[in-house]
Write a protein that binds this ligand. Sequence first.
Ligand code: AMP
Ligand code: ZN
Ligand code: FE
Ligand code: FE
Length: 290
Amino acid sequence: MHIDPECPVDLHTHTTASDGSLSPEDLVDLARQGGLCAIAVTDHDTTDGVIRAIEAGQRAGVVVLPAVEISSQHKPGSMHILGYFIDVGEPHLQDTLAEMVRNRDRRNRGVIERLNNLGVQITLEEVAEYAGGDVLGRPHFARALVSKGVVSTIQEAFDQYLDAGAAAAVPKEKLPPEYVIDMIHGAGGLAVLAHPYQLRLGDGEELEKRVRLLCDQGLDGIECFYPEHSEPQTAIYLSLAARYSLVATGGTDFHGSSKNQTRLGLQPPLRASCVLQLAARRARNICPRS
Ligand code: AMP
Ligand code: ZN
Ligand code: FE
Ligand code: FE
């Protein structure tokens, strides 16, 4: 991989293929303007934006890592697993993602029913107008609720209606983490625990126990650098990465205007050396099998 280890990268971004507001091409353009030399496109439950982003990246001189973000079973918070360097043509991965999108559709119909029962007149077709692909997510509901004047901000839509436990919330079926990790490995990828603070296990022994279990299940990395992580949290996640031989990654979870936080690229910047570490780990993992 030809990449300067010092140049800035962002390894967690969403496009219109899921719930981001920028097309893959516009995202790559923004990355180029922002001086990033690599991004990973980590859409929820779909790789539909990856090929377009890679092609745009080749034109713009931005390396695009094929990736995906998958929610998995976990309590009390949520566990998202990122798959980097996946082969997007791998059949088991694509079959499972297709099933996850069908689960989503069932959940989405449930949310519409709950909203209607609460007196909010809204249809799935109205929500779908905000989506650029097959993956319809809660940020699309939030945007539709804002534009209909039901709430005034995206945050209010989540607080009142969409967050877990809110009035119109319907849980989505999720796969166990070990299944998600195996599936990512089966597609030639690396599994990385996203934004560990969202596990809601604190930053002590509970978190470490969970990370240890995930490591036994094949976890390859942990997202240490993330806008919502405090400095002490980042230090704790870096220490876990070092002690459990995990690659320390990072990203902004960029969603464009679908989410309040709109800037692409971490501050201070994340360097491309972590991409090279991922690539090296992938080479080590894959060689013994072939
Ligand atoms: P879904 O996968 O459809 O359940 O939607 C999850 C998406 O909603 C994630 O991308 C989150 O970033 C986004 N999300 C969750 N909570 C909030 C919130 N309070 N404000 C804005 N976006 C949120
Ligand atoms: Zn999202
Ligand atoms: Fe996430
Ligand atoms: Fe994300």
